[in-house]
Design a protein around this ligand. Structure first.
Ligand code: FA5
Length: 341
């Protein structure tokens, strides 16, 4: 009887040695330690043994059961370690390697400056008024006090469509007429951002396409002092409280009087450097009081209302801000340039 027991242990341990995976291990457990296993059957039949053999057989049976259980646990550990080793070999994964970075999109430098400009003017109560890129000669020139054959048309030459009088606008100023005609006789306070196009020599500072942000305020009692104060306030909000501004007389057919505003060079603080061409000042925008003829063309009575307008170029502002030396970079589509912003 005891020999049968010993044989049973030997067979079970030999079978366990042959087990190579967890499914086989589970099958071995059922076969050798389960309720219908030879060992369980043996223990169940103990009662049929002669009384003097029973204690020894029972004791030995329990010893074998424990031995098989610990052999099972040991085999389980061995298989797990082998499994891990195998997966480490076959799927080499170095968790300490840095992840592959996801390339992030970003806003074009012009869009970044535009958004900054929108925020500043919005804080000052100016709404955005969208106007068209393809314009009529009438709006781009004539209604802005630039009649046919006026010399200013040379300065603002553009691309013409096949339909007579249809052109790509050279500035955002025609938007002034659209806005005035929509709001007159009520007061209006808007900025007009958008693309402009010019038929001119491309240089490091001049493109044939670029953005402008126009501004327009019309209402009773608006003065030149309001224009200066508003522009100086814009500069402070845009470039910081300490920025100094300077106004120079200029000429635009659609404003009278007209001016250009410079800000103190933020690179050299006014001392003079290559960016400001040793003048200490950077030209930022053109502006003036809306010409009475333009007010009339917009549907206002220049005897009862007045207004101011201004126009700035975001690309030139971005160039000054970031020390960009060539405006052609903006439309060059070169990621080495664009990814710097
Ligand atoms: C105008 O276009 C006027 N309409 C501005 C204005 C509006 C004056 C309202 C008074 C009242 P100007 O041609 O100077 O003016 O252009 C204004 C700005 O547009 C320039 O200061 C510059 O920043 C930008 N700009 C003009 N031409 C180009 C160009 N070829 N490439 C890039 N930016 C340009």
């Amino acid at each position: 009887m005891l020999e049968r027991l010993e044989g049973l242990e030997k067979d079970a341990l030999a079978a366990l040695e042959a087990v190579q995976d967890s499914a086989a291990l589970a099958a071995w457990k059922t076969a050798c330690l389960g309720r219908s296993s030879p060992l369980a059957t043996f223990m169940g039949d103990l009662g049929s043994l002669p009384a003097e053999q029973r204690p020894q057989a029972g004791k030995r049976g329990n010893e074998i059961k424990r031995a098989l259980e610990s052999a099972l646990a040991a085999r389980e550990e061995t298989l797990k370690a082998a499994d891990l080793e195998r997966s480490l070999q076959s799927e080499k994964l170095d968790v300490t390697l840095p992840g592959r970075p996801v390339r992030r999109g970003r806003l074009h430098p012009s869009s970044q400056v535009l958004r900054r400009i929108y925020t500043v003017w919005a804080d000052m109560g100016f709404q955005i008024y969208r106007s068209r890129n393809v314009e009529l000669d009438e709006y781009n020139f004539t209604l802005l006090n630039i009649p046919p054959h006026h010399p200013a048309r040379d300065m603002w030459d553009t691309f013409y469509g096949t339909d007579p009088g249809v052109l790509l606008r050279t500035h955002t100023s025609p938007g002034q007429i659209h806005a005035m005609r929509e709001y007159a006789p009520e007061p209006v306070r808007v900025i007009l951002p958008g693309m402009c196009f010019r038929y001119e020599q491309i240089t490091a500072r001049s493109e044939i396409q670029f953005h402008q942000v126009e501004g327009l305020a019309v209402g009773p009692g608006i003065t030149f002092a309001n224009l200066k104060g508003t522009l100086a306030d814009f500069a402070r909000r845009m470039w910081g409280g300490n920025v100094r501004t300077q106004f120079r007389a200029d000429h635009f057919p659609f404003t009278e009087p007209s001016l250009e505003m410079d800000i103190e060079c933020f690179l050299c603080g006014g001392k003079g450097c290559t960016v400001c061409k040793y003048s200490g000042w950077l030209e930022i925008l053109g502006a003036g009081m809306v010409h009475p003829t333009v007010l009339k063309n917009g549907g206002y009575d220049p005897k009862t209302v007045s207004g101011f307008a201004f126009g700035m170029g975001p690309e030139r502002i971005a160039m000054l801000r970031h020390g960009i030396e060539d405006i052609r970079n903006f439309w060059g589509n070169d990621l080495r340039f664009l990814e710097q912003f």
